[in-house]
Design a protein around this ligand. Structure first.
Ligand code: DX5
Ligand code: ZN
Length: 215
């Protein structure tokens, strides 16, 4: 599996140092959580911080937009270095347009599903995206507990991916990842693990990332 540390758990007073540490720790990509205080009950970081991340890190950037009407900001985040842009179907009435916008501006489209959102909602779009993100917490805050019931959705998605030969579609899990839950993800063919608190609270980011990758 690839490991994507979530910048939400970084020390924003030492952002440059934390970004350098993640590079040295061999993180595969950076997971960047953007919140608007409406779609989720929290506000995280925005355009100027994304700009700083882009200036100080050349790791691939996986931008998770937890904002209503993501269509308004897609182009801007791609201009600031986003390689993947992941949007929530719960946050837009223009899902198809968002996917096209992400692709036509040169990034890879992803769709994120809240724990309660059924897989059926996105089945018609899976052949057009690069990433399906399973939220295993309710979005808004790091440090929450992995919701086990989302595993059923992963199982369904695995059969769909296999049946339809969607070999380029990556599965990513976000929320409550530690060594124990990473193992559950690995058993369910997850390709990318997002991890905030587990990595940033650990003494040695490199070995924590390595352990998560190889559970
Ligand atoms: C929450 C974010 C997550 C968060 C995960 O809305 O989408 O990426 O940072 O944090 P942990 O790994 O601590 O659950
Ligand atoms: Zn996230």
């Amino acid at each position: 599996m690839l490991v994507a540390p979530s910048i939400l758990s970084a020390d924003f007073g030492q952002l440059k140092r934390d970004l350098e540490e993640l590079k040295d720790a061999e993180a595969d990509l950076l997971h960047i959580d953007i919140m608007d205080g409406h779609f989720v009950p929290n506000i995280s970081l925005g355009i100027p911080v994304m700009q700083a991340i882009n200036n100080y890190s050349d790791l691939p950037k996986d931008v998770h937009l937890m904002i209503n009407k993501p269509e308004s900001f897609i182009k801007e985040f791609i201009g600031l270095g986003a390689d993947y842009v992941t949007i929530h179907p719960e946050a837009t009435s223009q899902l198809e347009h968002c996917i096209d916008l992400i692709r036509s501006n040169g990034a890879k489209p992803g769709i994120a599903l809240n724990p309660e959102t059924e897989l059926d909602v996105v089945l018609p779009y899976l052949h057009r995206i690069d990433l399906l993100l399973f939220m295993t917490i309710n979005p808004g805050f790091g440090g929450q507990k992995f919701i086990d019931s989302v595993v059923d959705k992963m199982i369904k998605a695995n059969s769909y991916r296999e049946k339809h030969g969607l070999n380029n579609l990556l599965f990513e899990v976000d929320g409550g990842i530690n060594e124990e839950t990473a193992k559950v993800c690995s058993e369910n063919n997850i390709d990318i693990l997002v991890s905030g608190s587990t990595i940033f609270n650990s003494k040695n980011k490199k070995s924590t990332i390595r352990n998560l990758r190889n559970v």
